[in-house]
Design a protein around this ligand. Structure first.
Ligand code: PGA
Length: 268
């Protein structure tokens, strides 16, 4: 299929974990084992760890990501962080619309769209999260929900900016629960996202779009998931906090070795 056009991306989402001292210890343990990976690696970490991770990965190809961003460029938004502020620290990726942000902090499809645009306008890559809740899957409306989230998230994003977009399909009921959809179910939704992007833009844009699966991905289930034709990588929560588990997932993505015809990432 078109997987040769897309390098695998393995992104860790640390969530609200790791003090600076803990982050340093984790990186010291983890980085040596993933230095020669044949896939793109991103650590999305709490704001307070961004500089530490940037410093400790500077001479590697590992990229730094944030877990959220405000959509305004500046102003009276106490406690918020702008895209420009992140960029200045060396951040290259931002997770937007994670289900925990949607659920606990009122993120909506509209604000996810604004955050994605702010991220792209600052020259970073947005990792846009979409995914259905368990009740939506049970009602049989997964495809409708995910297609709607995808369409609204991408509203106003030009075709030439799509190279700065990654979409992560994360079924909400699979996050942190140890439950996963079947690989067929996971791939079906990733394919639906790709088809939605083909309708919005064109087939070439859809073929080069990186789509991640997220939700209880671990060393045991990652090979099966990453071998699916429309799953190009993983957004990893729990397993990204364990050096051995994260490096095992990176090793599998490297071994599968797709993305041979993809454009080289910066720094290579
Ligand atoms: P999990 O989290 O791997 O712990 O399920 C994934 C995520 O929330 O991005």
């Amino acid at each position: 299929m078109n997987k040769s056009l897309r390098r695998a991306v393995i992104a860790g989402n640390w969530k609200m974990n790791e003090t600076r001292a803990e982050a340093k210890a984790l990186l010291e343990e983890m980085v040596p084992s993933i230095l020669n990976a044949d896939c793109d690696i991103v650590f999305c970490v709490p704001y307070t760890n961004l500089e530490t991770v940037a410093d400790m990965t500077r001479v590697t190809r590992i990229k730094v990501g944030a877990e959220n961003v405000h959509y305004a460029s500046s102003g009276a938004f106490t406690g918020e962080i702008s895209a420009e502020m992140l960029c200045e620290l060396g951040v290259r990726y931002v997770i937007v619309g994670h289900s925990e942000r949607r659920r606990f902090y009122g993120d909506t499809d509209e604000t996810v769209n604004l955050r994605a645009k702010a991220t792209i306008n600052a020259g970073m890559t947005a990792i846009i999260c979409v995914g259905e809740m368990l009740s939506e899957r049970e009602h049989g409306v997964t495809n409708e929900v995910v297609a709607m989230q995808t369409k609204i998230a991408l509203e106003g994003i030009k075709q030439e900016s799509m190279k700065n977009v990654i979409i992560a399909y994360e079924p909400v009921w699979a996050i942190g629960t140890g439950r996963t959809p079947t690989v067929q179910q996971a791939n079906d939704v990733c394919k639906l996202i790709r088809n939605t992007v083909a309708d919005l833009y064109d087939q070439a844009t859809a073929d080069s779009l990186t789509i991640l699966y997220g939700g209880s991905m671990n060393p045991k289930n990652c090979e099966e998931l990453l071998s699916e034709p429309d799953i190009d990588g993983g957004l990893i929560g729990g397993s990204s906090l364990k050096a051995d588990e994260f490096s095992a997932i990176v090793a599998v993505a490297s071994r599968l070795g797709y993305g041979k015809d993809a454009p080289k990432a910066e720094g290579e």
